[in-house]
Design a protein around this ligand. Structure first.
Ligand code: HAM
Length: 447
């Protein structure tokens, strides 16, 4: 009997696993660091909420006619509570905001989060049943300046990561009154064509006609092409909000496309709505890197004050797929390769000295050949390799190879510098190399 992970749920390991799921752990950590530092640069602070919530939180906020709530929740009953694994982070953040009366403590809150979400979707490349989102939420700011800032932050983040073909899709749903008016107009237009709609859309027509707009079924899309446009029925305030947002994006030089059919699959949105898409790397059909928008009514509908809100979430798997295979970066770590029995004890002691200086170090005590040790150092991505053989011990030196340096004595052969460093200086020299990202010549290694 063999055990496998649940379908649509994947392991992330130090090594690359086979299949559709992207990247080894180092790529994930690099992306998570980039997201965190970007969020913190823009004034967001991390929050952590439970993975399990009451099911009715999502029914109330996301809406009971959405795919997520209708078909995709991992729900179960425990101690007579109806619970589920969270399918997204916004409702949890809003619940926590209301539960802890945060608006009484500060007028504006900027939060970010990062973690696994669960949706029982049809699994395919870029769409998983456990997936990771990184998201930001702003509570207490009606925008549109912060709406523009949020979108600009995403564009800068993706640019910084090296995803260069990102497009911003933008729409406005208007506030609740506008939505109601539009809903009526759409219903009046679609009802005479009801029989031509897809089965899903027919079922949703009464409860949630806006969902017909983003249906992928060709028969629905044909009808939607001539449907009344949301942008045409925006109230003056909504229009002003949307146009000012566009002015701010123009001022940033952020390019965007107005997309009147963008409604997104969650019912809580009001006014600003956006998605960022890319076709880079190994992304397939699931090319929406992130989506978000305003949800000015959610805090109130969860029992809180009348607090406006906006946010986004990005799928980390999709971003890693968009990044594709990247050259693995060397880590600031040291690999000690001892040759010969005496050398192992020397290597263990040197390893301890380096770790005491705060330098991550691996000592290869397997007694293997130099070739096999270097292969392992390469696999680990260690930047520096220290070789200790009988010859080095006799001469009181350690041979140091820097796999990042492009200068040094044998840089012509394989882009690594190599030199003998006195044993008494080695910890200081390694520290210097790793702390200033310097080259071996600038660290003054003895050659
Ligand atoms: P969402 O569009 O459902 O929005 O998800 C946001 C992003 O999460 C998607 O654009 C996609 O990158 C990723 N994603 C969603 N489902 C999957 C899946 N099954 N597998 C892999 N990636 C997936 C939200 O979740 C909202 N909470 C966003 C938000 C925050 N709106 C306001 N604040």
């Amino acid at each position: 009997m063999s055990f496998r992970s649940v379908q649509g749920m994947f392991d992330i390991l130090p090594v690359q696993t086979k299949g559709e799921y992207p990247a080894a752990i180092r790529e994930w950590q690099r992306l998570e660091r980039a997201f965190r530092s970007s969020a913190e640069l823009y004034g967001y602070t991390e929050i952590r909420t439970p993975l399990i919530e009451h099911t009715k939180l999502f029914v109330r906020s996301i809406g009971d006619t959405t795919d997520v709530v209708e078909k995709e929740m991992y729900s179960f009953e425990r101690h007579r509570d109806q619970l589920c694994l969270r399918p997204e982070g916004t409702a949890s953040a809003a619940r926590a905001y209301v539960q802890h009366s945060v608006q009484a403590q500060e007028p504006v809150s900027r939060w970010y989060y990062l973690g696994p979400m669960f949706r029982a979707e049809r699994a395919q490349r870029g769409r998983y049943r456990q997936f990771y989102q990184a998201g930001c939420e702003i509570f207490g700011d009606p925008g549109p300046a912060c709406d523009a800032e949020l979108i600009e932050m995403l564009v800068s983040l993706f640019e910084g990561l090296g995803i260069s073909d990102v497009t911003v899709h933008l729409n406005s749903l208007g506030s609740a009154g506008t939505r109601e008016r539009y809903r009526d107009a759409l219903l009046a237009y679609l009802t005479p064509h009801k029989d031509s709609l897809s089965e899903d859309s027919q079922r949703r027509l009464e409860k949630n006609p806006l969902r017909v707009l983003d249906s992928k079924a060709p028969e629905d899309q044909a009808l939607v092409a001539d449907a009344p446009k949301l942008l045409d029925v925006l109230s003056d305030d909504d229009r002003e909000h949307f146009e000012t947002l566009q002015r701010y994006l123009d001022a940033y030089g952020v390019r965007y496309e107005l997309d009147p059919t963008l409604v997104r699959g969650l019912d809580y949105y009001t006014r600003t709505l956006f998605e960022l898409k890319s076709n880079s790397g190994d992304l397939g059909a699931q090319n929406t890197l992130c989506g978000g928008g305003r949800y000015d009514n959610m805090i109130k509908s969860l029992g809180g004050a009348d607090v406006p809100a906006i946010g986004f979430a990005m799928g980390l798997e999709r971003i890693l797929l968009a990044l594709g295979e990247q050259a693995t970066e060397k880590t600031d770590s040291v690999f000690i390769a001892p040759l010969g029995k005496d050398a192992v004890s020397e290597a263990l002691v040197l390893g301890r000295e380096l770790r005491q200086a705060g330098i991550p170090t691996e000592v290869d005590g397997r007694g293997n050949s130099m070739k096999s040790m270097l292969r392992r150092a390469n696999h680990l991505g260690s930047r520096l390799v220290l070789i200790l053989g009988d010859n080095e011990i006799e001469r009181g030196v350690v041979q140091l190879k820097d796999f990042q340096s492009s200068d040094g004595p044998d840089s012509g052969s394989g882009g690594k510098a190599q030199s003998d460093v006195p044993r008494s200086d080695i910890v200081a020299q390694v520290s210097l190399l790793l702390s200033n990202g310097g080259s071996m010549s600038s660290a003054g290694a003895a050659t």
